[in-house]
Design a protein around this ligand. Structure first.
Ligand SMILES: [Zn+2]
Length: 312
């Protein structure tokens, strides 16, 4: 059976969609049968499903597939270690419900179901039509490479079809431009996400516990923690909104109306064992104070991120 070559940073769903075109299969069922030995399944646009079969068909280790062709590794820094390991086991077993539970993902909350994202400039300059892995991370709106707004398409799982990637060439932009300030913050977040996803898969030291410890010690240094060890929640929340603006936080589905029982307070007091990657990146950006330098960190040099975290 002819299998397409997997491209670096190609999302796992993209493989199925490309295979469908290249195989000239008349039916989507046949494609699913070829790829997953299951004529009803379609690899998900999120973490992928049927990983065992895909690993076998493409002759790639399952861990490599997850690390390089899904955005799962980004959760390593934002989900406590035991939940992260459980989530990975669930992912390999194809148990998506458990996977989402361990990662704390709730439908509708920065989790765009059944959508694919793409950058028009990437599509135009690429020789192979494919979907980039980074562009599928929920909450990421900008291409880190071109700075373009990502276009989004809904994929029809109900009809169990692979999206025809050629549509990316002909479809018109469907999203209104973001306001400049919002676009700029989204662009920084996309760049950090791109770096983190690469670092997370190659670095065994990075974990949620380290990230949280660094954020808390930075808060202490910035006097957000009282002498009795209590985080000054009201001041922190006010400053957070002041920094990112209410408009941005609403756009990023991360606004809070008070300082109690918010995603930020839950993270700080340890009530929640995870934080959404986009929110985690906002925290890192705010408390590192190094904004633009962060984006040029070499992704394979661990020492750099450790330095960053030390400054967080
Ligand atoms: Zn691009």
């Amino acid at each position: 059976m002819f299998m397409p070559v997997i491209n670096p940073n190609e999302h796992i769903y993209s493989l199925g969609a490309r295979y469908h075109i290249l195989s000239a299969n008349q039916s989507h069922r046949q494609t699913s049968h070829d790829l997953m030995d299951n004529n009803r399944g379609i690899p998900s646009t999120k973490f992928g499903t049927g990983l065992h079969n895909l690993s076998r068909k493409f002759d790639i280790e399952i861990d490599y597939l997850i690390d390089n062709h899904t955005y799962f590794p980004i959760y390593k820094l934002f989900t406590d270690s035991s939940n992260y390991e459980e989530a990975k086991t669930a992912l390999i077993a194809g148990d998506i419900q458990s996977l989402m539970r361990y990662l704390g993902l709730v439908s509708g909350e920065i989790f765009e179901t059944n959508t694919i994202g793409y950058c028009r400039s990437c599509v135009e300059e690429s020789e192979v039509l494919l979907l980039q892995n980074d562009h599928q991370i929920p909450g990421i709106n900008i291409c880190y490479k071109h700075g373009d707004l990502l276009q989004k398409k809904t994929v029809g799982f109900k009809v169990r079809e692979y999206f025809n990637l050629y549509e990316l060439l002909t479809s018109a932009d469907s999203r209104p431009c973001l306001e400049r300030e919002i676009h700029e913050i989204d662009q920084q977040i996309a760049a950090v996400a791109h770096n983190l996803i690469n670092l997370s898969k190659s670095d065994s030291v990075l974990c949620y516990e380290l990230m949280r410890e660094k954020v808390l010690s930075k808060l202490m240094a910035l006097k957000y923690v009282s002498s009795t060890g209590k985080v000054k929640q009201r001041k922190l929340h006010t400053d957070f909104v002041k920094h990112y603006s209410k408009e941005y936080l609403i756009h990023a589905k991360s606004m809070f109306n008070n300082h109690e029982d918010t995603w930020l307070s839950k993270f700080l007091i340890g009530k929640s064992k995870r934080i959404h990657p986009i929110r985690g990146i906002m925290l890192i950006l705010l408390f590192s104070g190094i904004y633009r330098n962060f984006v040029i960190i070499s992704v394979f040099q661990r020492i750099h991120l450790i330095t960053i975290l030390d400054r967080v």
